[in-house]
Design a binder for this molecule. Structure first.
Ligand code: ZN
Length: 192
C-alpha cells in the first residue's frame, strides 16, 4: 500500500509575475515546500510535473493566435528550457523522486499525459510502486490539478486534494473543479 504525492506544474509562468501567473501561486510553492520538509518521508514517490511546450509552434492550438480565451487558448507559457518553464524557486524539489514533462507540441492538462525523464508514464510509476493513495497539490486547480486528480481517480486510486496547496485561474471555476472532484470521489483535505 503505497502513497504518492503529486506536485502539478508549480512553475514560474504559473506563479505571480509569470506569463499565466495565478494569485496564490507563490504561496502554494512555499506551502508545498513546508509539506515536503515535514512529510517527504511519508511518501513512496513524489512526482512533480512541468508543462513543457515547443518553442516554434502553437502546440496544437494551445497558444492563442489572437486574444486567448483562458479556457482552451492561452498566452505563450512554459516554453521548454526557458525560465518560465522552470520550477518556482519557492518549491524545494530536493525530495522529488520523479520529474514529469508534458505538453510538447500538444495541450496536456493532466500529468498522466506526460512522461518522466526516464521515459515512464505516471500510470506505470503508480503500478510499479504499488500506489493506492495519491495526494494532489499544485497549479491550476481548475485545469491541470483537476485533470490530474480526475485521471488518478479513473486509474483506481484514492485521491486527496490539499485545498490549501492548490491555486486556480479563476475563483468560480476552481470552486466548481473542487466540487466536481469531490463528486468523483476525491477527498478534500488540508495539509497544514
Ligand atoms: Zn500549457
Amino acid at each position: 500500500m503505497g502513497t504518492a504525492l503529486f506536485i502539478v506544474d508549480v512553475q514560474n509562468d504559473f506563479t505571480e509575475g509569470g506569463a499565466l501567473g495565478v494569485d496564490g501561486g507563490d504561496a502554494v510553492a512555499e506551502g508545498i515546500t513546508r509539506l515536503l520538509h515535514a512529510h517527504a518521508g511519508d511518501y513512496d514517490i513524489i512526482v512533480a510535473s512541468r508543462d513543457w511546450h515547443d518553442p516554434d509552434s502553437d502546440n496544437g492550438g494551445h497558444f492563442a493566435s489572437g486574444e486567448p480565451d483562458y479556457v482552451n487558448t492561452w498566452p505563450v507559457h512554459c516554453v521548454a528550457c526557458t525560465a518560465g518553464a522552470e520550477y518556482d524557486p519557492g518549491l524545494d524539489v530536493a525530495s522529488v523522486t520523479h520529474h514529469v514533462k508534458k505538453g510538447q507540441g500538444t495541450p496536456a492538462y493532466s500529468l498522466f499525459e506526460g512522461v518522466t525523464d526516464e521515459g515512464e508514464t505516471v500510470e506505470q510509476l503508480l503500478d510499479e510502486h504499488g500506489i493506492v493513495d495519491v495526494d494532489v497539490t499544485g497549479i491550476a486547480t481548475d485545469y491541470c490539478v483537476r485533470a490530474s486528480a480526475l485521471d488518478a481517480i479513473s486509474h483506481g486510486r484514492h485521491v486527496r486534494v490539499f485545498t490549501d496547496l492548490v491555486a486556480g485561474v479563476a475563483a468560480d471555476s476552481s470552486q466548481a473543479a473542487l466540487a466536481e472532484l469531490a463528486h468523483a470521489g476525491a477527498e478534500l483535505a488540508t495539509a497544514g
